[in-house]
Design a protein around this ligand. Structure first.
Ligand code: SF4
Length: 411
């Protein structure tokens, strides 16, 4: 076999990493090198500025250490039975690439994942070695996100958390049965145990000891996970139920939803086509409602007759259309909780409304000025100088929010 150049490996291993959606970096704490002793810095949020081929925004060097893998997860292009070109970086090659890309200002950090070579411990050990060299030999202070292998020894995961800003462990599928069916070498119980360990270590790192000294930071940007959507028969209600459990049990920063992409020579267990990307988008919107808008899971799923979110309207609008009896709400009197239920009102908009209405009555124009999307909201609110009249109850209200019909191509 001819020896691969670094460029060839990079082409293969960055392409192989694009299927992983969990690369955002929000929540990191600030680290900088203005003391002249380090290299790089990162701000707490929003360091994603580049775009992957499927349109996701990142500015991390996002690679696999290797796409060789001894496991055979049906949904994964890198599974052992897949016939794809393979490559493997050495530890030093990943360190060199990260530093060179960083110095050229191409990236602000590293997102490193890997197929499993030899054993989970051997793979995790190499990944930890990369992070260790970056931090201790290169004095790299940029962002590091390490994908963690749940079967690896707890000591390795513990060291990974001391070196990386964020750890992520993929739950892979919305149910244990689906994990067993599609990823036979993975143990859902072990995945949860590893997430529980990360949570405990992160909690412990936030507590000062009796001497008042703080332990070293452990994955300060938290942990995240990813679920593949549309590879098994789980509906959106099942997906969101799993997310709710994960957020509550492991204090996750994010659950990422990744629409399954059909892969070459795939297993007969998999669907032939990917789910609509809009499904992924609706799941993110519902996830947002659960985390920031005080929605309960049952409220969102109660308006999904077949357990799947409405692809034509967003979940908040779908809920409002099904609960017209509580609308219109008076923006000058309603509670924060009720205002957050109004389609077109975001969290910041509601905060601004509450602060401004202390001084004067809010009029329709004020709502526009403070950022409300009145195209959506106007049927659901009363404001100074505005009442929706019969609009709230009109039979064709839902139709007003649908995208215009498109002429199908004839040929
Ligand atoms: S362990 Fe990871 S890389 Fe290997 S086949 Fe499964 S999903 Fe793919």
């Amino acid at each position: 076999m001819t020896r691969q150049t670094l460029d060839q490996k990079l082409a293969i291993l960055s392409d192989a990493a694009k299927y992983d959606a969990s690369c955002a970096s929000s929540g990191s704490t600030k680290r900088d090198s203005r003391d002249g002793k380090g290299l790089g810095s990162n701000e707490g949020t929003g360091i994603c500025h580049a775009y992957t081929p499927d349109g996701r925004c990142i500015s991390l060097l996002k690679i696999l250490m290797t796409n060789f893998c001894i496991y055979d997860c049906t949904y994964c292009v890198n599974r052992v039975s897949s016939n794809v070109p393979r490559a493997r970086f050495s530890v030093d090659e990943v360190v060199k690439l990260t530093i060179e890309f960083y110095r050229r200002n191409y990236i602000e950090g590293l997102f490193l994942s890997s197929g499993i070579i030899r054993s989970p411990d051997a793979t995790m050990s190499d990944m930890v070695q990369i992070a260790r060299k970056l931090r201790h030999e290169e004095n790299f202070r940029g962002y590091i996100h390490l994908k963690t292998i749940p079967d690896a020894a707890p000591e390795l995961i513990a060291e990974a958390g001391l070196l990386a800003d964020r750890l992520s462990i993929n739950v892979e599928m919305p149910s244990d049965a689906a994990v067993r069916e599609h990823a036979p070498e993975k143990d859902p119980g072990q995945i949860r145990k590893a997430m529980g360990d990360v949570r405990m270590r992160a909690d412990a790192a936030r507590e000062a000891s009796y001497t008042g000294r703080r332990p070293p930071r452990f994955a300060p940007a938290g942990q995240s996970t990813q679920m593949i959507i549309g590879a098994d028969g789980s509906n959106d209600a099942m997906v969101l139920r799993q997310s709710t459990r994960l957020y509550a049990s492991y204090k996750l920063k994010r659950v990422y939803y990744s629409a399954f992409s059909p892969i070459p020579d795939s297993s007969a267990k998999l669907p032939l086509i990917s789910p609509p990307l809009q499904r992924e988008h609706r799941l993110y919107q519902a996830d947002w409602l659960l985390r920031f808008y005080d929605f309960q899971l049952d409220e969102i799923t109660s308006v999904t007759p077949d357990g799947n979110l409405d692809l034509q309207v967003d979940p908040k609008l779908a809920w409002a259309l099904a609960h017209r009896e509580i609308f219109p709400v008076d923006v000058n009197r309603a509670s924060r909780e009720l205002l957050l239920r109004v389609p077109g009102f975001g969290v910041k908009t509601v905060t601004r409304m509450l602060s401004r209405r202390r001084h004067r009555m809010l009029r329709y124009e004020d709502l526009v000025r403070i950022g409300a999307s009145m195209k959506k909201a106007r049927a659901f609110v009363v404001a100074g100088g505005w009442t929706p009249g019969g609009l709230t109850d009109s039979a064709d209200l839902r139709a007003r929010f649908l995208p215009p019909p498109e002429q199908l191509a004839l040929f």
